[in-house]
Design a protein around this ligand. Structure first.
Ligand SMILES: C[S@@+](CC[C@H](N)C(=O)[O-])C[C@H]1O[C@@H](n2cnc3c(N)ncnc32)[C@H](O)[C@@H]1O
Length: 397
């Protein structure tokens, strides 16, 4: 843990304060942070002054000036691209300045082997097609963002700096590594400079605090213009891992954005749009769209029979068009009879979905290491769908 001691010494010179916690290697989670003594609720664990953050304003002027500035509504260059370019093109002097941070962040191998965006080209299409719906959609969007950022870097930034993209130092793979480092280690940070920008652009890299792993509940993260602070959300026993919550994300999101798929996640949900929409006629889809009920159909532990949107959408299969309009207009569920019909439609849909889960599991069992996380995800979904069917068939919803 020498490198982590060095990180803490280096960070402390920049005013970062750390109390009652220490970094530790944690199987399956890389490095994490554990309590080095018993901690009380609300105790301040980390203090990071704003001056030690890497943000839009600390990106080298040569890089900032070469690209259009970030602008509201996701116009201009994304802050993500600027921070990635800053790391990708770090000068030797900057590299030395940040050496203790570089020494502890995940290696190229760690990052490129765990995140779907970095799946090898030979497996990418197969694995992408085998992802659950929400993860597939999310990865498609993430890939589009990355490709746009890479094109800007390759076609505008590198030529302006007199550098040419090559296989080694300035390759797409190197940019991808830095882009994913930014993706997995930044914190939401709003400043007067980023106030007008979209939420995605309000990001900052911070040392030490970026060692904290995610859990569905975690420590209190707060910031103002002067600093970031992280405080204990509850009491901790010495040796216990201390987490923060990266957001109320589903496992599909965590898998694509952060490269892991936790077994416990109270925010998890599964999108069943594909199987629900396959049941709908074009006319029914039009009706749903007109009333803003097209898509975003979810099941989760608290909504095993389908979320409210799913059940309202499925009522379209159970009552006449005009009755559906009336029920939606008046915010009614049609009573027990209609709800029983909805349950029956949902049973048919969930059986179809269960078959899909098992087909995906069968295919992924032959794919090998890069498909393992997706396989784990489908097994979680399979368990949830089985529970959903049990509840629907028992009529106990
Ligand atoms: C902000 S970093 C946290 C520190 C990181 N573990 C490290 O080794 O540097 C975020 C990354 O940590 C890992 N991670 C965070 N929470 C995790 C969890 N609950 N389970 C598994 N991996 C986790 C993922 O690789 C994620 O992309």
């Amino acid at each position: 843990m020498e490198a982590y001691d060095e990180l803490l010494r280096w960070a402390s010179k920049q005013g970062v304060e750390v109390h009652g916690i220490e970094p530790k290697r944690i199987p399956g989670r890389g490095i994490g942070v554990v309590a080095s003594k018993d901690l009380k609720a609300n105790e301040r664990l980390i203090y990071v002054p704003t001056a030690s953050l890497r943000t839009l304003t600390t990106v080298r002027p040569e890089i900032r000036k070469a690209l259009p500035p970030p602008a509201p509504k996701n116009k201009g260059t994304p802050v993500h691209a600027l921070l990635a370019a800053e790391l990708f093109l770090e000068t030797p002097a900057l590299k030395r300045k940040h050496a203790p941070w570089h020494a502890v962040v995940p290696t190229r191998e760690d990052i490129l082997s765990s995140l779907p965006l970095a799946w090898p080209e030979s497996d990418y299409e197969t694995l992408h097609a085998l992802l659950p719906f929400a993860a597939r959609n999310h990865l498609t969007k993430q890939k589009a963002k990355f490709e746009k950022d890479w094109e800007l870097t390759r076609d505008v930034l590198l030529p302006k700096l007199g550098l040419s993209p090559s296989k080694g130092r300035y390759s797409k793979q190197e940019f991808l590594y830095h882009w994913l480092l930014v993706n997995t280690r930044t914190f939401y940070h709003e400043t007067p400079k980023t106030e007008r920008l979209s939420k995605d652009d309000k990001m900052a890299l911070q040392p030490v605090a970026d060692l904290l792993n995610h859990s569905d509940e975690g420590c209190e993260v707060a910031f103002d213009t002067g600093c970031f602070t992280i405080s204990a959300d509850r009491s901790y026993k010495r040796g216990e891992e201390v987490y923060i919550c990266y957001g109320t994300h589903s496992n599909d999101f965590l898998m694509v954005e952060y490269g892991f798929c936790p077994e416990e996640n109270k925010w998890d949900e599964v999108c069943v749009d594909e199987v629900v929409l396959e049941e709908m006629t074009e006319k029914e889809k039009e009706r749903l769209e007109e009333r803003d009920f097209l898509g975003r159909y979810l099941i989760d532990e608290r909504n095993l029979g389908g979320c409210w949107r799913t059940r309202v959408a499925l009522m379209v299969k159970c009552v006449s068009g005009s009755e559906w309009e009336r029920l939606v207009g008046e915010g009614e569920d049609g009573g027990e009879e209609v709800q029983k019909m909805v349950d029956r439609v949902m049973v048919r849909i969930m059986n179809k979905f269960l078959k899909r889960c098992r087909e995906a599991i069968g295919e992924l069992e032959g794919v090998g290491a890069s498909g393992e996380m997706v396989l784990m995800r489908w097994r979680q979904i399979e368990r949830l769908v089985e529970k959903s069917l049990e509840e629907l068939e028992a009529g106990s919803r």
